[in-house]
Structure formats: C-alpha cells, structure tokens
Design a protein around this ligand. Structure first.
Ligand SMILES: Cc1cc2nc3c(=O)[nH]c(=O)nc-3n(C[C@H](O)[C@H](O)[C@H](O)COP(=O)(O)OP(=O)(O)OC[C@H]3O[C@@H](n4cnc5c(N)ncnc54)[C@H](O)[C@@H]3O)c2cc1C
Ligand SMILES: Cc1cc2nc3c(=O)[nH]c(=O)nc-3n(C[C@H](O)[C@H](O)[C@H](O)COP(=O)(O)O)c2cc1C
Ligand code: SF4
Length: 650
C-alpha cells in the first residue's frame, strides 16, 4: 500500500484509532443556540464515513456571546453531543471533545467576558485577534485579569465539561493550550504576569493546567484520556520558543498524564503568516518533530499539510505519529478514503483562501465546497429527471455547474471558447503564493476530463447553436470583463492590463503605478516587485486588499511592505499623463489636492464588470441561470456557490 504508515492503526491510551489521520478541531459554528443538532451530526458523519481516524470537536465550557458554537456547560447539552458521537462511531471513527478555544468565560451572570491571567494584549490595543464567541463592543474588548476564585470556577467548569463529554460517549477530552487563547496565556511569561500562585516560574504558570487535569480526572475518571493541543512556539517577541516548548512544557504535560500532544503553530498575535498561503505545506512540521524528540507519548502535527503523501513521509521518517487535517476536510470530506484508494486527483483541494476563518463566528462556509455544513440540505441524490443541460463558459463557475449537474444525472454539454477550461483561474495562479489555487485548477480540469461531459473546447457558444440543441436548462457562466476607468490618458501606450502583466505579454518599466489595490492589484504588485525599482498601488477605497480575507490580507500587506511597495488609499485616479498618474485624495480637506505618481508603466487592476446573460434569445424558451462573474464579478467562492446552487435546482 502506498500510504502504508498513514493507514496503519495507532492506539492512544487504549483508544484504537484505525489510521493516523485526525481531524483538527474547528469552530465551524453549526450549533443552534449552543445545541448540537443533526447539522453537526451529518457534518461529522460525512468526515467519519470519508475515512478519518480520529475527530477532535471544539466545544465550549462556557456560554459564548452567540449560540453557533456547541456548548457543554450544562448536562442538558449531553444528548446533542451523543448524537454526534454516535454518528461518527457508526463508521469506526473515534472522537474527542476539545475545550479551551477562545478568550472568554461567562461567570454567574451569564455575560461572556474576555478574561486572562493578567490583562495583557500583545496587539498594543485592547482586542482579540479572533472573536470566537467573545464580545465585540468596545468597552468590553480588553482582557480582564481573573480573580483566584474565578480561576477555581473555571477549573471546576473544565472538569464538569469533561464529565459530560465522557457521558456522551466520546473517547477523550482535549485541552486547547495554543494560539494565545486563555489557557495558553497562563503558560506564557509574556502574557502571564501574575504574582500569585498562578504565575511566576513555569511551574506557577502551569498550575492552572495541573489543576484542570486533576479536576478532569476527578470528575470524568482517572482513565479518561486527556489530549493537549499546544503552540510549538509563540513566534512573538518575548514568547516561548520551540526549545522551551519541547524540553520544558511538553515533558511536564506528559508527566501530568496527558496521552498525546498536537503541536500547532504560533499565536494569533504573532507577526507572521501561520495558516496563510505564503506558508509552504509542511513548513511547521518541525515543531512537532522537536516535541517528539522529548516525549514518549504520540505527537500529532500538521497545519498546512493537506497532502497525505507529505504526511506519510513525515510519519515514515519518525518525525510525528499522526497528521492533523483541518481545512482540507472542510474542502473534501472524503480526502482520506480517496487517498487510501490512491485517487489523489479526485480530492478537491482546499485553496487556502481562509473564507472558513472569515466566517468563524457564524455558520462557517468553505469556498470550494458549498455542501460543507449544509449536508442536511444538499443531499447527493440524483435529480428526479435527467435533463439536457448546456453550460456556457468553462471557468470555475462553469466547471462546478457542469460537474454538479452531471453528478446529478443530467446530460451536460460544456462550451468553452478557449482551448482549455479554467477561465480566470489561469491568471489567478500566476501571482505569488497561489500554488493552492493551481491545485484547484488542476482538480477541476481532471474532473471535467473524467466526467463524461460533452466538452466543446475552442468553441464560443452562440445562441442559434444552443437553441438548436434543444436544451432543458442553460447555465451561463461566461465571466466578466475588466473594468477600465474612463480617465484622460487611459489609451496611452504605457497603460497595460493586469492580465498582460501576469502573462508577460507587455513590457513593464522600472517605475510602475498599479491602479486598483484590491486582491488582483495587490497580487500583481507583488508579482512585479522583484522585477521593478518602484511600485505604487493607488486604491480608491480606504483599505488595500479589502476584498481579501483577514487571515490572508494581514500576511499579504506585510509582504507588500517588506517588498517596499508604496500603498496609497482613498485616492481616485483623475488622469494619466506622459510622465505618470494624477489622482485626487478623497479625504483631503484643504488646499490643492491632486497627487502625482511617476510611472513608466501604468497597470490597470480596477476590477471586473459582470456581463450578465448576453443571450436574450433564450428568454422564455427554457430556464436560464446566470452564475459566477457573469452574474456578479466577485471571486471563486461566489462563482462556485452560485454554480452549485443553479445545478442543484435543475
Ligand atoms: C489575476 C486574478 C487573480 C484572481 N485571484 C483570485 C483568487 O485568488 N481567489 C479568488 O477567489 N478569486 C480570484 N480571482 C477572481 C476569480 O478568478 C473569478 O471570480 C472567477 O474566475 C470567476 O469565475 P467564472 O467561472 O464565473 O468566470 P471566468 O473565470 O471568467 O470564466 C468564464 C469563462 O467563460 C468563457 N466564455 C466566455 N464567453 C463564452 C462563450 N460565449 N462561449 C464559451 N465560453 C465562453 C471564458 O473563456 C472563460 O473561460 C482572480 C481574478 C484575477 C483576474
Ligand atoms: C474555521 C476554523 C476554525 C478553527 N477553530 C479551531 C478551534 O476551535 N480550536 C482549535 O484548536 N483550532 C481551530 N482551528 C485551527 C485548526 O484546528 C488547524 O490548526 C488550522 O486550521 C491549521 O490546519 P489546516 O491548515 O490543516 O487547516 C480552526 C481553523 C479553522 C479553519
Ligand atoms: S474556505 Fe478556503 S481555506 Fe477554508 S477550507 Fe475552504 S478552500 Fe480551504
């Protein structure tokens, strides 16, 4: 067998796990007022059926500000937890309940507060980098130091949660000591400044964890396995290092009876990309490897290691014992079983866009998999009647529409005017750090090739031809066209389109002005950075890359700054002259307000304009669905979702 190590069983403190793949805990938010319902059960059941060995499910031992996260602070929630545990057990998958994600707690009055050991914020302002169920009103954003009595209440709360988790039939409990959440903040000397028994040296800072573990054993039983997820290194200025984590913290956790450790990367406040697309697959496995050298219990690691072939190598080399997959299992529930069957081409890849993180405080979505979290709504049953369906355009929306329609039993013809399917994805993958988008493009192309769809490449769909095919439904997925600002000088020969730059079809000078600082403009600027002496991005809106998800944007902006790219916002371009670009600062109140930026080349990245349906002849003849950029110029997430919904409706 190819993935021999991945698909070999492992026993952790008596839990027999069928393979070495663990699903990472993710705050996906599918609960209803804190209750786990069928929605959660079907979500996890699909992943269990898809072959994952162990699931870790994030649960909340306190009341979050909203009820999207599953609560475990009262016995009344046990039946919901059991519903999920039973669903995954049907497929031989084991499940543990994670507690400890978040910055908050709710004490007697039920109000959720942001609490921590000492009230330290590493952001230089009172705020949490991720909400995860914490308050958002300004007055309550600062971390409030916990009293000793409150710490004791929390310890009891963790113990009771573990008891409930066991009562629901879970195999174990997991403590979240990573990412900079409350329990992690006790661990670190940078955030724990307490002078009482819960602070001081490492023993003092780990007192709360010792007491939580003792309380779990007391309430849930001495034999109830306790897993820990911990940051392998903080990556903050005065935070603990990987050496300290591996040599000092993890051996102490092992001595306390922890059965396995998942080593995760960094803290939310750390000034570096951890889950973004600039992180290479497997980049942080070394953190797990360092811990494994210092403990005897199994070490779990992963994060940005989506391909089980990479994980196989890490396990075979003895670096880690288990891999943990997060987002890849949102993108494709069947990742494990497809990998085991060596059908790697059939795995729908996560494109590392972070839309799931963007929606973390609501029911979470996956950009490439509209079914995720909606398994109860969108079942995989075939359509009641097989129909003749024509899809016009082979970009991501057209490809998704064609694949879903074909999977549902329709006879699909797909027209693409170019000689390959892909649409704008072909351009998207040319920018730096877009390897995951390329995986998605490759996936779509392979699946279209295998699908049996009648693919007409190099063929521009024209109304008469489509009408002659007598279709029963048509999906128009013909994309958008670039928006070109109507300003004097726009026809100057030094003005080029973003597309020309990425394809290298037009020469670019030393001094470049990029007009438009959304995702495309920012990525084109980064693409040009190694080739040009001076790059300025001019953006009309108040933020650069405002259409990029927060997790990716933060990393992108850091990279643009590092590359020396000048970024100007609130600036509307008014004219292009022989020497450069003129613009008006929208927020400027007094005096002359025109700015000038020298340029040898002006790159237009001012967005796209939807083309709409374009085929009036179809009106009233058969149902027509206009999807993707053709309907509203946006992104891959919206393209795939609109296409999926259209194909599900036919
Ligand atoms: C440089 C760049 C980078 C981007 N990066 C990202 C990113 O990282 N993440 C993200 O989410 N989005 C990104 N986008 C946006 C994303 O690519 C688009 O939103 C998405 O491709 C829209 O998909 P679509 O299928 O609706 O349209 P398109 O991708 O434009 O596909 C339309 C297809 O229809 C074909 N077509 C048109 N008319 C006809 C006809 N009459 N007959 C047959 N075929 C026809 C076209 O040839 C084309 O292949 C990027 C866009 C650009 C330009
Ligand atoms: C939507 C989302 C929610 C998450 N919530 C949690 C959580 O509640 N607890 C936790 O320990 N990690 C959480 N994580 C982090 C994941 O467990 C994992 O460490 C991270 O996604 C990196 O792994 P990946 O690249 O395989 O996705 C979350 C990640 C995502 C994408
Ligand atoms: S939303 Fe994006 S990052 Fe998250 S799982 Fe889906 S494809 Fe991956």
């Amino acid at each position: 067998m190819y993935l021999k190590n991945i698909f070999s069983p492992i026993t952790i403190r008596g839990i027999e796990i069928k393979n070495r793949v663990r699903m990472s805990p993710m705050a996906v938010g599918y609960a209803e007022d804190g209750w786990a319902t069928e929605v959660f059960a079907r979500f996890f059941e699909e992943r269990a059926k898809g072959g994952v060995g162990l699931i870790s499910w994030a649960l909340w031992p306190y009341q979050t500000v909203h009820g999207y996260f599953p609560w475990v602070f009262d016995d009344k929630f046990i039946p919901g937890l059991k519903l999920v545990a039973d669903a995954v057990h049907k497929h031989g998958t084991k499940i543990v309940g994670q507690v400890g994600t978040g910055y908050g707690w709710s004490f007697k009055d039920g109000l959720t507060e942001i609490v921590g050991p000492s009230g330290v914020s590493l952001l230089g302002r009172p705020s949490t980098p991720y909400r995860v169920g914490t308050p958002t009103n300004r007055q309550r954003l600062a971390e409030r130091p916990l009293t000793i009595d409150e710490i004791h209440q929390m310890i009891k709360g963790y113990g009771q949660s573990a008891r409930r988790i066991r009562a629901a039939g879970f195999e174990g409990v997991e403590l979240m000591l990573g990412a900079g959440y409350t329990l992690a903040r006790f661990l670190s000397a940078e955030t724990n400044k307490r002078t009482d028994e819960y602070g001081g040296d490492l023993d003092g800072r780990m007192r709360i964890h010792r007491e939580i573990i003792a309380e779990i054993k007391k309430q849930a039983g001495n034999d109830f396995p306790i897993f820990v997820k911990i940051s392998g290194a903080q990556f903050t200025k005065g935070g603990y290092t990987v050496e300290e984590c591996a040599s000092e913290i993890c051996p102490r956790l092992e001595a306390l009876g922890v059965c396995a450790i998942d080593v995760v990367v960094g803290w939310h406040e750390a000034p570096r990309g951890m889950m973004s697309n600039s992180v290479k697959p497997g980049e942080y496995l070394y953190l797990g490897e360092a811990v494994k050298k210092k403990v005897k219990i199994p070490v779990i690691c992963g994060d940005r290691t989506n391909d089980l072939r990479d994980a196989e190598q890490a396990i075979a080399a003895g670096k880690i014992d288990m891999i943990t997959l997060g987002r890849q299992l949102l993108a494709d529930a069947e990742t494990c079983q497809k990998a085991q069957a060596e059908c790697f081409d059939d795995i729908r890849p996560c494109m590392c866009c972070a839309w799931c993180l963007e929606t973390v405080d609501t029911p979470c979505i996956c950009a490439v998999s509209p079914r995720t979290g909606r398994e109860t709504i969108y079942t995989r049953e075939p359509a009641s009647k097989s129909k003749r369906v024509v899809v016009i355009g082979g970009g991501p929306s057209g490809m998704e529409a064609a694949l879903v329609a074909a999977e549902r039993g329709h006879k699909v013809t797909l027209f693409e005017k170019e000689d390959q399917v892909g649409g704008l994805l072909e351009l998207a993958v040319l920018a730096p750090h877009k390897e995951d988008t390329k995986f998605l493009l490759d996936y779509f192309r392979t699946q279209i090739g295998k699908s049996g769809i009648d693919l007409r490449l190099g063929k521009q769909a024209i109304a008469a031809e489509v009408l002659a095919m007598n279709p029963e439904a048509v999906i128009v997925a013909a994309g958008a066209k670039p928006f070109i600002p109507n300003v004097p000088g726009i026809t100057d020969p030094k003005v080029v389109m973003a597309k020309d730059v990425l394809l290298g079809t037009k020469p670019v000078g030393d001094r470049v002005v990029v007009v438009g600082g959304g995702m495309v403009g920012s990525e084109v600027a980064e693409f040009l950075a190694p080739k040009c002496k001076k790059i300025v991005i001019l953006e009309m809106m108040p933020r650069i890359a405002g259409d990029v998800t927060r997790a990716l944007r933060f990393d992108l902006i850091m990279r643009l700054r590092k590359a020396g790219i000048q970024m100007e916002t609130d600036l509307e371009v008014t004219r292009i002259s022989a020497r450069g670009v003129w613009g008006v600062r929208k927020t400027f109140q007094h005096g002359p307000n025109e700015d000038f930026y020298e340029a040898d080349t002006v790159v237009i990245a001012a967005g796209n304009k939807a083309l709409g349906c374009l085929f009036e002849e179809f009106t009233g003849v058969f149902p027509v669905y206009t999807v993707g950029d053709a309907n509203k110029a946006s992104n891959v997430k919206d393209a795939i979702k609109s296409a999926f919904l259209a194909a599900m409706e036919i």
